[in-house]
Structures are given as structure tokens and as C-alpha cells.
Design a protein around this ligand. Sequence first.
Ligand code: CMC
Length: 457
Amino acid sequence: MPNETEVVAEETVANSEETLTVTDNRTGKSYELPIVDDTIRAMDLRQIKVREEDFGMMAFDPAFTNTAACRSSITYIDGEAGILEHRGIPIEQLCEHSTFLEVAYLLVYGELPTRPQLEDWTFDITTHTFVHEDIKQFLKGFRYDAHPMGMLLATVGALSTFYPGSKNTGDQIERYLATIRLLAKVPTLAAFSYRHNMGLPYVYPDNDLSYSENFLSMLFKMTEVKYEPDPRLARALDVLFILHADHEQNCSTSAVRDVGSSDVDPYSAVAAGVAALYGPLHGGANEAVLKMLRRIGSVEEIPAFLESVKNREEKLMGFGHRVYKNYDPRAKIIKSHADGVFEATEYNPLVEIATELEKRALDDEFFTSRKLYPNVDFYSGIIYEALKIPPEMFTVIFAIPRTAGWLAQWMEMSDDPDKKISRPRQIYCGRRNEDYVPLGEREGPDTIEGPPATRPS
Ligand code: CMC
């Protein structure tokens, strides 16, 4: 005779193919959970309880490795196949035919702009590149050697105080203004941070130049009346901007969505993205690549370095990706632009070390068996190095184009009918019902020993 569970399960299969039947072996009860888009709703697990008074079952997914946190129509990635598309258009086509500002429009509006739309968009962004003079005062308050990413983080957040109207997050005009301002001013703030760090005077934006040309001008202009960037460098930078414009629900984008879900203004939400990008496992990877290359020091030292990676004493920075498990398509595209940059710039020994390191790692079973291939940051780091941009600036430059993605994702999140303030759950592992012990009655050592007890038991 079949037991109760088997009967329910059989009926379920007969009734619906778009459901998942879950049997709780603690109780023998079965539950039919709807499947939509190959997912189940985590909230549907809540009904699974042993006792009526129980909280109900949750999904445990630290780092969200298998949890969809939103519906999105902005960026499609197939990590196994090495596909990246924005609004359905392959990244290869965008890099070949488009410009960063056009891609930014595509991300934000969902369609490629018509010619007049692109002209207006470009005009609006180009004419909002100046920052309030008080921002310069604010920047001056930083130490001479302040990390430019820390400066960018602070100044992007500070923009919210200059534009209090942006708190009306549902107002379409305010949204447009914030979008234009952020896309226009982040390069200026980035370049000012660099010049501060170098002890050089700030260079004001040049509105005759394209987006990437203007950025190069703000970085490198010295006494010349007009800065004229090498077109190969400006194009390579524009392609790097396109490649970094969005990458679906990565750490910084999730940070923007999470923080933005509280309905805070977009400057503050984007500042959260900048903070997340600062970390060496995310945007800081290309900076870490250069530090690694410097540590290696010469081509002869590469085998010893790779041995230390295999012994887990080191990480091969710029290799591996959480999503791309075959090849990062962005790496393929930028590799083809790297040669042009190396031609247009002076010989750099680190470029040689990087090229040899890549070759050897791709020939090594340790890396191939783990599907560890160069990611976009491996090449972007070397390109920036060839441009003589210091490593501290790499993540700052990553933040410029990613601002477009953050804004597109922030708007999509804000308009999502499923939107609620982000509030994950936890599995509480700590002590309960402890009594407070008065100070004089406590026992233990006199000195603070070791790190705080952070690990859950
Ligand atoms: N060097 C050496 N070993 C590595 C590396 C690496 N860079 N990346 C992964 N592994 C090993 C890892 O130790 C593990 O080995 P085992 O199975 O023997 O324990 C295996 O490969 C799988 O790694 P994982 O940690 O499960 O992979 P993950 O998906 O959690 O991590 C990653 C992805 C990007 C954090 C990691 O590959 C990494 O730290 N790479 C270096 C940092 C880097 O370049 N980050 C930039 C990512 S691209 C920019 C962006 O899109 O944000």
C-alpha cells in the first residue's frame, strides 16, 4: 500500500508539470510549489513546518550563488557559453559599432537611441561634466596620498547633498537629471581624485572632446592649450567603458539595488556600488593584477610564482570568474585592443610578464581543469599600466562606465512591482537567554586576546 506522501506526489505529477513536489521527511508531508521561470519562490518554502508555531523553512544561500534576487531585462550572461548581451545585443557588436554613451542610453532606456535622441543625450551629458566648486574644496580635505577610490566613494555620496531633489526617486525629471549628472560627473570626480593624488592641478572638462577623450584630457593634460589624445588610446578606453558598463547582478550592482531598495537617492545608492567595487575580489582585481605582476618582477620568476599559486600561497589575480566558467567574452575583445595600446605607448616590462604569465597559466592543467581563464581585469590592468595610469586608479576607471549599469539597474529595481526593501534572513547560531553578569563578577583574562568571536558556531 502506498503511503500518504507517495499518493500526494503521484497526484501532483498528474496534475501539473509546472510544480515541484517537496516531501518533508520529518513529517512525511508533501508540498507542491509552483515553478515559474525554472525557479521556486523562497517564500513558498515558509509553509514547510514541523510544528504549527515554527517559523517555517528558509533557503540558505550565503553569497547568493543560486538565488535570483530580481527579474531583469538589462543584461544577459551565459557563463558556460561565454555570452554577454545588453538588452539582447551581443557585447561583440556593441564594441565594434557603438560608443560608450550610446550603450549607456541602451542600458538606461532599453533601446538604441535614434540619431536625435543620441544627440540630445550626448549634449546633456557633455554639458553636465563640471562639478560644483565646493566639491573641489571637499577633495582638498583628503590627505595627499588618499586612495582615489576612497575619494570617489565620498564625493559620489556627497553629490546627493548638492541635489536634494533627487530624493524624489519616483520623479521622472529628477531621475533623468541624476542619470545625466552621474554619467557626466563621475569621470570628472575620478580625474580630480587622480590629480589630487599626483599633486597636480585639476583639469576642467573639455566639452569639445568625446567622453573618453575628455577623460584622458582631465587625467593627462599639462601645459598644452588643447589636449589631443591618441585615437587608438581613446578608442581602447571607450571599448573598455563599453565592456564594463553592466554585468547583471554582481556584488556592486546588488549593493546598489539593496541600498536603493530603501528609496534612498540615486547618488547614495551609486556610492554603495562604488564601495562594493572597491574590494579586491570585484573591481579591485585589476589593481591586484598589477601589484601581483610587480611582485613577480621578471619573466624568470613566473614558474616559482605559479607554484606558489598551486600551493595556495598566492592567487592568480585576473584569472577566474564566478559566472564565466569557460572564457570571459570581455577579455577576448579587449585583448584585441591591447596590442594597439602597446603600439601607441612605450615598452613596459610588466606587459611582457603578463603575456608570459597568461601563456603559461593557459598551458597548465591546474588552471585549465578548474576552468580558470583570464577575466577582463587581467587585460584592463595591463592596458592602464601601459597608459601609465597608477594601479590605484584602475577601480576608479571601472566605476565610470559601471555607473551606467548601476543606474539602469537602480531604475529597474525602483519600478519593479515586486520591489520591497531588501531584508535577508539569518540562521541564528548564537547563545540564547544568557543572564547579564555585572562587571565585578565576570571572570576571564585581563587582556583582549585574539580576534573578536566572529565565526558562527
Ligand atoms: N587563482 C588560483 N586559484 C583560483 C583562482 C585564482 N584566481 N580563482 C579560483 N581558484 C580556484 C579555487 O581555489 C578553487 O580551487 P579548488 O576547487 O581546488 O578549491 C577553484 O579555483 C574554484 O574557485 P572558486 O573560489 O569556487 O571560484 P569562485 O567562483 O568562488 O571565485 C573569483 C571567483 C573571481 C572570486 C575567483 O576566481 C578569484 O578570486 N579570482 C581572482 C580575483 C579576480 O580576478 N576577480 C575579478 C573577477 S572579474 C571582475 C568582475 O566581473 O567583477
